[in-house]
Design a protein around this ligand. Structure first.
Ligand SMILES: O=C(O)CCC(=O)C(=O)O
Length: 275
C-alpha cells in the first residue's frame, strides 16, 4: 500500500509536487533550529557557502530528519523501496540579506540519471510568501529540460545563478508550509523563490535528493547513505550515519563531499551564457 493518498500521487504526476505533508512537530522543528544555530555559534561559517551542503553529517538532529520514516514512506511511494540519501542542503534566508533562488530545474545541473529521484524540502521555520517560500511552475516537469542562463548574480543562492527564461511568475504556486511540514518536488519541475521580507530567518532543510539505487552521478562523484532497502547496484561510496554533534572525522568527510559537489555544480560553467 502507498503511504501517499491517490490524490497526492495524482498531484505529483499532474503538477510535479506535493505540499504540504505533516512530518515533525512544531517543537521538534524548533529543537532542530536550535541545533543549527548552535553549530553556527560554535563554528562560524561552517554552514555558509558550500558549507550549507550535507549538514546532516555533523548534526544528529538533521541526520534524524534525513532518515525519518514518515518521509521515507512518502518517498518510497514515488521512487520505490530501495532508497539512498544523495545529499542535503540548508537553504537559509536571513531577513537582512538579499537571498533568492532563480527559477531552475534541479535535473539540469545535479547530474543524477535516470530521474528516479525526488527532493524533500522540510520547513524548519514557517515558510510563506512574506519570507520567500518556494514557488512551483505547476506541470512544467512534463516538458523537456529547458535552456538555462548562467547569471552568477548577487544574492542568488544557486552556484551559477542558473535561470530559466520566461517563467510566468504570476502563475506559480507558493508552497506555504508551517514549521515541521514538508513538500516533495520532481527533478524537472521549474521552481524558485523570492527574497525574505520578514523580520525572521526562513530555514529550509532539503534532502537533495532521495535517489533510487539505480541512479548514477554522471558529472562526478558523491557518496550516499542507504536510507531504506538494499543496494544491488553499488554505484556510490557509502557513508555511515554520524553518532555525535560536530564529530571531527565527520567535519572532514563533509568538507570533502562538499568540494566534490562544488565540482559537480560548476561543471559546464566555463560555457558563458546559456546552456
Ligand atoms: O529554498 C529555496 O528557496 C529553494 C530550494 C530549491 O531550489 C530546492 O530545494 O530545489
Amino acid at each position: 500500500m502507498s503511504y501517499l493518498s491517490s490524490n497526492q500521487l495524482k498531484q505529483y504526476r499532474d503538477k510535479g509536487f506535493i505540499s504540504p505533508i505533516n512530518i515533525l512537530s512544531k517543537e521538534k522543528a524548533k529543537e532542530i533550529r536550535n541545533e543549527i544555530e548552535l553549530i553556527e555559534r560554535r563554528i562560524p561559517g561552517e554552514l555558509e557557502k558550500s558549507g550549507r551542503y550535507n549538514a546532516h553529517l555533523i548534526s544528529p538532529l538533521l541526520d534524524e530528519v534525513t532518515h525519518n520514516s514518515k518521509i521515507l514512506d512518502a518517498v518510497q511511494s514515488l521512487i520505490g523501496e530501495n532508497i539512498l540519501v544523495c545529499g542535503t542542503t540548508l537553504f537559509i534566508k536571513n531577513p537582512s540579506e538579499k537571498g533568492f533562488v532563480s527559477y531552475h530545474q534541479d535535473a539540469k545541473y545535479i547530474g543524477l540519471e535516470p530521474h528516479n529521484w525526488v527532493t524533500a524540502w522540510v520547513a524548519i521555520t514557517d515558510s510563506n510568501e512574506k519570507n520567500g517560500c518556494m514557488r512551483m511552475w505547476s506541470s512544467s516537469h512534463k516538458d523537456n529540460l529547458k535552456e538555462h542562463d548562467q547569471k552568477f548574480n548577487e544574492g542568488n543562492l544557486l552556484t551559477r545563478g542558473q535561470t530559466v527564461k520566461n517563467v510566468p511568475k504570476e502563475k506559480t504556486t507558493p508552497l506555504i508550509l508551517k514549521a515541521g511540514q514538508m513538500s516533495l518536488h520532481h527533478p524537472t519541475i521549474v521552481h524558485g523563490s523570492d527574497l525574505n521580507k520578514s523580520d525572521d530567518r526562513r530555514i529550509g532543510f532539503v534532502i537533495q535528493s532521495y535517489i533510487g539505487t539505480n541512479v548514477k552521478q554522471i558529472l562526478g562523484k558523491n557518496s550516499v547513505q542507504l536510507a531504506r532497502g538494499i543496494d544491488k547496484f553499488n554505484y556510490h561510496k557509502k557513508i555511515e550515519r554520524p553518532k555525535s554533534l560536530l564529530n571531527k572525522n565527520y567535519l572532514k568527510i563533509k568538507k570533502k563531499e562538499n568540494d566534490n559537489l562544488q565540482d559537480i555544480f560548476y561543471k559546464g560553467s566555463s560555457k558563458k551564457g546559456s546552456y
